[in-house]
Design a protein around this ligand. Structure first.
Ligand code: DGP
Length: 126
């Protein structure tokens, strides 16, 4: 079944410049900006500029150039935020998808979180 992308989602509006954002990194195929509700001292969202709903959608349909750019953008953000090893103390990457992943915004985004110990990976509660 084909993936359905909603062009009215909030990150599509950010990409079109309709909503402001606090940009951390802007590359040919990716944008990174600070989360509006930060859960850690560093909380940056990295998104592809293309219309992809989730990581599986992106991995299946994005070009090699988009995938390389996005992967490197994540790495650049981790370095720029001072989180990347061996200089920094580490980080967590999260990409939620769909209802069980509790994805609120249906445009692929990777959360980069750090600046404090992030605790256990998954809560036992729904
Ligand atoms: P998720 O549940 O994985 O879909 O996370 C969505 C995140 O997006 C959540 O941490 C809050 C953030 N967010 C929602 N709206 C905006 C916005 O308008 N600007 C920014 N910077 N972040 C937003």
């Amino acid at each position: 079944m084909a993936y359905t992308y909603d062009p009215q989602n909030i990150f599509a509006k950010i990409l079109r410049g309709e909503i402001p954002n606090d940009t951390v990194l802007d590359t040919e195929y990716s944008l990174a900006f600070r989360d509006i509700q930060p859960q850690a001292p560093s909380h940056v969202l990295v998104i592809p500029k293309g219309p992809y709903v989730s990581y599986d959608h992106f991995a299946a349909e994005a070009s090699d150039a988009e995938i390389v750019d996005f992967t490197r953008a994540i790495s650049e953000v981790c370095k720029a935020e001072g989180l990347a090893l061996p200089v920094g103390e580490g980080f967590r990457m999260i990409a939620n998808a769909g209802a069980h992943g509790v994805q609120d915004v249906p445009h692929l985004h990777v959360h980069i979180l750090g600046g404090r110990p992030m605790g256990r990976m998954v809560s036992q509660q729904a």
